[in-house]
Write a protein that binds this ligand. Structure first.
Ligand code: SF4
Length: 419
């Protein structure tokens, strides 16, 4: 696990870490409440005999059986504000640069991932399009309306990227093709590139190839869990969910072959019971394949099977954020880092004079994801406050300022070297 480089150790303060991390023994999903038969599989929505009326505001309208992809998609609150479909302000952000679209069906996602607000068990008390996901509501909008607005904005569009997020549903493969085609028929994918956040469980290699042929730019796989055990416990058999680590890796390797270097990636959530060494080893594996990692800080999503658990402590999160950036963009390697017996980083394998400018640049602490139009290491996917409240930011959806960096250094226990 270690490769000693004594001259490149972190400061003494960071070597005396308090046991402040989300340990495996703690991070266990709770059992779901039983779902009444009439609410299963979108039963409550299907009983509503009304037609969709355009823009659907969660918890404010009657959800209807016909409000489904590919005609409708859901989009993040941030994207709805940026498109002018909703009023609102985002703390310290003018807009979002990524148009995240989520396929939608009355039956909802048929998987049951323990940390996710969209999981199947929630049909017990909340219709699909009313569920919170990464801390916000996702209004449903006709796809044609979204395309019209973006096409009309043309080169002035604030969006640097569009992303189709598949969910687990028998229609999601076909509807992803339809949404992508509707988009590329009106919007040049060179002007606003398209990413696919895939659902490997329903996909075959030929589906990956077809998406590439249709103009998708980047293909990502949401592994989310950093180890096969955590995957199984949070997304597989442990929560009666259909996903498997093996299938996710099969599609990730297909994406490597078909989309090529720098054009595929994996989502990883930090703080679900893995060690920092687990997360950074996985990130190294993905980089060695030619891909990138897109990282999220675990947050107890209200209504999810992990909503009783603590958010990832900021010191654990910052260490993995910095380690990930070093591996992904600064030539660092996990073998050069040192870890304590609990798998926590105690040495990033670089001298402080090498680390200082990287920490001060602070891109490492921004949201991570597919690139936008600014720089390769600056994500279009800025997801304002998707993994934390604005009062204690985990992933910065904007460039951190000097005061933010001072706080980050405190969380990392890496004070600035005096010149
Ligand atoms: S497959 Fe995706 S959307 Fe469905 S429950 Fe799992 S994480 Fe949530």
């Amino acid at each position: 696990m270690t490769c000693l480089k004594p001259e490149a150790r972190m400061p003494a303060a960071a070597n005396a870490l308090a046991p402040d991390f989300n340990a495996a023994a703690l991070m266990k999903p709770r059992a779901p409440a039983p779902t009444p038969g009439e609410r299963k599989n979108g039963g409550a929505v299907k009983a509503n005999g009304v037609s969709p009326q355009g823009f659907y505001m969660p918890n404010n309208n009657i959800q209807t059986p016909e409000m489904r992809s590919p005609d409708y998609v859901q989009l993040s609150t941030a994207a709805a504000i940026t498109l002018g479909l909703m009023q609102g302000k985002m703390h310290r952000c003018g807009c979002t640069r990524c148009l995240n679209l989520l396929l939608t069906y009355p039956e909802g996602c048929r998987a049951n991932c323990a940390y996710c607000g969209l999981a199947r068990h929630r049909e017990a008390d909340r219709d699909y399009a009313d569920r919170n996901f990464i801390r916000v509501d996702w209004p449903a909008v006709p796809m044609a309306q979204i395309i019209d607005i973006v096409a009309k904005d043309g080169a002035k569009s604030p969006f640097h990227r569009m992303c189709i997020s598949m969910i687990t549903h028998p229609r999601s493969d076909d509807d992803t093709f339809s949404v992508l085609k509707a988009w590329t028929d009106k919007i040049d994918p060179k002007a606003i590139p398209v990413s696919i956040l895939s659902n490997p469980t329903t996909m075959q290699r030929a589906d990956v190839a077809r998406l590439k042929d249709m103009g998708a730019d980047i293909f990502t796989v949401a592994l989310d869990a950093a180890t096969p055990e955590i995957f199984d416990a949070t997304r597989g058999k442990g929560v009666n969910s259909p996903h498997s680590w093996r299938k996710y890796w099969e599609i990730l390797e297909d994406a490597r072959d078909i989309f090529g270097p720098q054009k595929f990636g994996a989502h990883i959530i930090v703080g679900m019971g893995e060690t920092e060494y687990d997360s950074l080893s996985l990130i190294q594996r993905i980089v060695d394949m030619g891909g990138h990692s897109h990282m999220f800080c675990f947050f107890p999503e209200k209504g999810s099977l992990m909503d009783h658990l603590p958010a990832t402590p900021r010191d654990q999160w910052r260490r993995v954020q910095l380690g990930r950036y070093l591996i992904d963009y600064a030539g660092g390697r996990v073998e050069q880092m040192r870890f304590d017996e609990q798998g926590r980083v105690i040495d990033f394998g670089m001298s402080q004079s090498e680390l200082d400018p990287i920490i001060d640049k602070a891109v490492a602490f921004r949201t991570s994801g597919c690139p936008g139009k600014v720089a390769e290491d600056i994500s279009a996917c800025d997801r304002p406050y998707g993994d934390s409240p604005p009062s204690n930011i985990a992933s910065f959806p904007f460039q951190p300022n000097k005061a933010d960096v001072t706080k980050i250094r405190r969380q990392l226990a890496i004070p600035r070297t005096r010149n």
